[in-house]
Write a protein that binds this ligand. Structure first.
Ligand code: AMP
Length: 279
């Protein structure tokens, strides 16, 4: 596996490659969720490129940019083992030079994480667009874990006519159900125990729902569940919403496309998760 830090070097390396390129953008501190995307890419392409770049412009002022976890050495070992061919680790100055152009998307980023983290998807779209132009992949891999991000990127690719196949990888979870995340490392023992609430909510909603049911009825059950099961001293809800997973709108009735979207603060750590309601 080659480690490349500049755009020039990466382009030179890839210009020799006439084969299919798969691309997995990440912010590093990798776990099995990231690796599952890399393995998918390795299976489906001749060359796999993974980027590690903590994108400053997708973080809000009071978010965790300054303390985002990092372990390039461990990441490299995991990537090499997964069959990754190139890891691209640019400095911030390699990606941004007085950037004046930013991408935006209507409606799809007005809700859920878009609403709670103003400017977040603008930052994500801008960096992904730049990385797509740098890497020029045939296929790019994103996790279902960040489902709204997947939808927003798919729409960008469609609207801006990128010739890239956007692939989704299922959520990889810890044994108790907590979705793997680089941010889980922030949790202390007590918070780690409480963080299982997100997965429990998804399971509860699945148990309580059926196709054709009124969304409002399920939301009422969800609220009751939250009142009963939330320990407010450690866990704070950011949002818990049932939406359609094609346009992220709230529909009147539950269908196969209904999905529950969750964001909770556990201590100071913001965790997100989501899942289809009807399996
Ligand atoms: P990040 O490094 O957090 O920006 O994530 C990079 C990619 O990995 C994104 O497409 C995420 O959706 C994906 N990802 C993160 N966590 C998981 C997980 N638990 N299972 C599957 N994919 C994940």
């Amino acid at each position: 596996m080659k480690t490349i830090r500049t755009i020039k070097e990466l382009k030179k390396e890839l210009s020799r490659c006439r084969e299919s390129i798969g691309f997995v953008p990440t912010m590093g501190f990798l776990h099995k969720g990231h690796i599952s995307l890399v393995e998918k890419s390795v299976n489906e392409n001749n060359i796999t490129v993974c980027s590690i770049f903590v994108n400053p412009i997708q973080f809000g002022k009071n978010e965790d940019l300054g303390r985002y976890p990092k372990d390039i050495e461990r990441d490299s070992i995991m990537l090499e083992k997964a069959g990754c061919d190139i890891v691209f680790i640019p400095d911030t100055s390699e990606i941004y030079n007085e950037q004046k152009v930013f991408l935006n998307i209507k409606n799809l980023s007005d809700s859920l994480c878009g609403k709670k983290r103003p400017g977040h998807f603008e930052g994500v779209l801008t960096v992904v667009c730049k990385l797509f132009n740098i890497v020029r992949p045939h296929k790019a891999y994103f996790g279902e874990k960040d489902y709204q991000q997947y939808i927003v990127i798919k729409k960008m690719v469609e609207d801006l006519n990128f010739d890239i196949d956007i692939r989704i990888g299922e959520i990889i979870r810890e044994e108790d159900g907590l979705a793997m995340s680089s941010r889980n490392v922030y949790l202390n023992d007590e918070e780690r125990k409480r963080s299982i609430l997100l997965y429990n909510i998804i399971q509860f909603v699945r148990k309580s729902s059926f196709i054709g049911q009124k969304t409002e009825e399920l939301e009422n059950l969800l609220n009751e569940y939250l009142i009963k099961n939330m320990d407010n001293s450690i866990i704070r809800m950011d949002y818990a919403e049932i939406r359609n997973d094609i346009d992220l709108e709230r529909k009147k009735t539950i269908s196969e496309n209904s999905r529950i979207f969750l964001a909770f603060f556990v201590g100071n750590t913001r965790l997100i998760d989501n899942g289809r309601i009807i399996l």
